[in-house]
Each structure stands twice: as C-alpha cells, then as structure tokens.
Design a protein around this ligand. Structure first.
Ligand code: HEC
Length: 243
C-alpha cells in the first residue's frame, strides 16, 4: 500500500514537472514570437512613431547659419540610412531609388532614366526644385510631404541629423548651390510658434505656419524689421500651400 502511494507521488511529481516544462515552453514561445517582427522589421522605418510630431513645431533651420557649421562626416554616416536604395557618387547607378549626386538645388526628378511615381511628377509640377527647405521636409517625413511617393522611408525626425545629411548631400555634386544668407527670423528667440503644434501637425497648415513666422518674428526683434518682408518664407510657401 504505502509502496503504491509512494509511486503515485513520484508519478504525480513527474507529471507536474512535465506540465511546468510545457507551460514554460508555451510562455517562452509567446515571448519569442513577440520579438520576431522586431527582427524582421526594416530598421529604416523605426524612428517614425517613436518621435511623434513634436519637433515639427520648431522653426525651419536657418540654413545660412547651420550649413557652414554642419558635420559632413556625421552626414555621411547618416547617409547609411539611405544606402539601401540610393547611391550618391557621381555616375552612380540608380537602385530602388535614384542616384542622388547633385540633387541638392537640382530639379525634382533629376535622373532622366528613373521611373518616378506619379506623386513625384505632380509634386514637380508644383515645386520644381529641391531647395534646402523642400529636401528637409521630404526627408523628415517623405509620405507626408509627398503623399503617394514610392520612397518607402519613414523619415528622419532628428533635425541636427538632417542638417548634417543635407550638408553631406550638398558636398556630393551640389557645391554650386548657394547657401542662403543667415535669416534672423529663423533663429531661436525669434520663434513665435513654440506652442503651435496643431498647425504644424497637419501638412496643409505648413504654409500658414511659415507665414506666421515672419510677422511674429518682426515685432519680437526690432533690429530685424528690415528683413521683415520675409522673402524666404514667401518663396517657399507655395509648396506646402498646395498640398
Ligand atoms: C526604401 C528605399 C529608400 C530609402 C531607404 C530612401 N529612399 Fe529616397 N527615394 C526612394 C525612391 C523609390 C524614390 C523615388 C520616389 C518617387 O518617385 O516617388 C526616392 C527619391 C528620393 C529623392 C528625390 C530624388 C529626385 O530625383 O527628385 C531624394 C532627394 C531622396 N530620395 C533622398 C533620400 C535620402 C536622403 C534618404 C535617406 C535619409 C533616402 N532617400 C532613403 C527610395 C528610398
């Protein structure tokens, strides 16, 4: 009798152990599964949701000030994010995306042989040139700036990284594209739109936000009133305005 009980206990313990092992396998399987998509995901798409839209509320970069100070080596490093689809060397081949040599200041769709999307064609009809602001908008969030673009890249939300990257792209065949004069209305302290996140979030409001920059900035700093006609915002505002 007692012998039977003993074996029951041992057998029961064995079953219990087997059960625990099964449970552990299931749980670790579940844990493993939740990690799978992360491994399969395209790293270039990672930053989008994480960064949110908060940075959009800040002023556009003052190219005349930031470009001469940009870090070309850091920009080249940032270009690693683009290399899956783009070359940038002179005479480089088109890949999933067009070769980018000379794209800064060049025409939109600057590679004759590349099959651009209809969205890019429509964009070119409205905004024919890749100026600094246009490139900056596009690289920040390609599909938001040009809805329907076939550049499937989530975007670079970090402004210093984009500045370095654009400076690097300029160094690849676009050195002749002038750097604009420093624009005081874009410098910190002239910023009126700090809390204007709502306006910046909607692409269609981009122009309104840009326009708001100039009048808001002028009273804030009387010394800049001469620059108040705000040629740069006026020149660039037609682009977002039609989107
Ligand atoms: C997943 C592939 C892919 C990645 C990654 C990518 N691009 Fe693109 N890019 C494209 C495609 C495709 C187009 C053409 C878009 C269209 O026709 O709508 C394009 C177009 C462009 C254009 C316009 C070129 C022209 O001739 O008008 C620029 C500028 C550009 N990309 C810059 C970049 C930069 C800078 C990066 C890295 C931060 C990058 N791209 C990352 C695929 C990519």
């Amino acid at each position: 009798m007692s012998g039977d009980l003993k074996w029951n206990k041992i057998f029961g313990a064995g079953l219990g152990t087997a059960f625990v092992i099964l449970v552990v396998q299931q749980v670790s399987g579940a844990v493993y599964k939740t990690h799978e998509p992360e491994k399969m995901g395209y790293f270039v798409n990672a930053p989008e949701e994480a960064a949110g839209g908060a940075e959009e509320a800040v002023l556009p970069p003052d190219w005349g000030t930031v470009l001469p100070a940009a870090d070309l080596a850091a920009g080249e490093a940032a270009f690693a994010r683009c290399k899956a689809c783009h070359t940038v060397n002179q005479g480089g081949a088109d890949g999933i995306g067009p070769n980018l040599f000379g794209v800064v200041g060049g025409p939109v769709m600057h590679r004759a042989g590349f099959a651009y999307s209809d969205a890019m064609k429509a964009h070119k009809a409205e905004v024919p040139t890749w100026g600094y602001d246009e490139l900056d908008h596009f690289i920040t969030a390609p599909a938001r700036y040009i809805a329907g673009t076939k550049m499937s890249f989530a975007g670079l939300r970090d402004t210093p990284t984009r500045i370095n990257l654009i400076a690097y792209l300029r160094s690849q065949g676009s050195g002749g594209f002038a750097i604009p004069a420093s624009d005081p209305t874009r410098q910190p302290g002239a910023a009126p739109a700090e809390g204007d996140a709502a306006a910046a979030e909607a692409p269609a409001e981009g122009a309104a936000a840009a326009d708001a920059t100039a009048p808001g900035a002028a009273p804030a700093d009387p010394a800049t009133t001469q620059a108040a006609p705000a040629a740069p915002p006026a020149a660039t505002s037609p682009a977002p305005a039609n989107h």
